[in-house]
Design a protein around this ligand. Structure first.
Ligand SMILES: C[S@@+](CC[C@H](N)C(=O)[O-])C[C@H]1O[C@@H](n2cnc3c(N)ncnc32)[C@H](O)[C@@H]1O
Length: 224
């Protein structure tokens, strides 16, 4: 070992590890602990409705489940008795679990294009007589009496454009007041391009939730 390397080693032993490295590893540890407790909390709630749902995501990355706390913070104060709730792209049905958990006993629709996923969700929730799972393209299957439509980034921009167009048609036909709750709102331009939609962007920032994903509450008043 040359002399300079020896000096560096001695300096490192005296000074201890780089404080930057310590801070980075404790931040990483905190982050992993938060992820672990979020997964455990979500799994425990899933169990009350049959079985844990996280594995669905590992089988198909397009079918990720939202986080219960994040959902709660988006729904509290925004749902009323008499609403007809629609999860657009319901996947394994965690959003439906959350609505049931909040005591909602009105009509709930889950729309899912993946046949096997839709069948599994329908089977799991078969005893909930207010829940209907419709298999197929959500835009084609949108219930015209829906008042709250939830989306967790299910579509690309093109499909979102079809969705926003269909929502306007439903509003014209039925005249209901409609709220769209859009978690991880990647495609807002179809709504921005029509002044009939009012958009409020929100970020649920609860400790221990996913990431406080960017979300939007989009409303369409009766007078369109
Ligand atoms: C990110 S997952 C969200 C699952 C659930 N809503 C939640 O928040 O836990 C999106 C789901 O939308 C479904 N999906 C994508 N395009 C669809 C379409 N055109 N019609 C119906 N479902 C669709 C996917 O198969 C997937 O299950």
């Amino acid at each position: 070992m040359n002399k300079q390397r020896k000096v560096e080693l001695i300096e490192h032993q005296v000074a201890g590890p780089d404080p930057g490295v310590v801070v980075r590893s404790s931040t990483r540890l905190r982050r992993w602990t938060a992820v672990g407790s979020r997964l455990a909390r979500n799994a425990a709630i899933d169990m009350r409705f049959g079985r844990p749902l996280a594995a669905v995501y590992f089988r198909n990355r397009d079918q990720s489940n939202s986080d219960y706390r994040e959902l709660r913070s988006l729904f509290v104060g925004r749902l009323v008795k008499g609403d007809v709730l629609v999860d657009v792209g319901c996947g394994a049905g965690r959003v439906i679990n959350q609505w049931l958990r909040m005591g909602f006993d009105g009509p709930i629709f889950g729309l899912e294009v993946d046949t096997q996923r839709a069948e599994a969700t329908r089977r799991r929730l078969r005893r909930r007589c207010n829940v209907s799972i419709l298999t197929g393209d959500a835009v084609a299957n949108l219930p015209s009496d829906g008042t709250v439509f939830f989306l967790f980034n299910p579509f690309d921009e093109l499909t979102m454009r079809r969705f926003s167009k269909r929502i306007l048609e439903i509003a014209d036909e039925v005249g209901n007041e409609i709220t769209i709750i859009y978690l991880n709102c990647k495609h807002l331009s179809p709504f921005r391009s029509d002044p009939k939609f009012a958009i409020e962007e929100v970020s649920p920032q609860h400790k221990g939730t996913a990431i406080g994903q960017r979300s939007a509450i989009i409303t369409l008043s009766k007078a369109v």
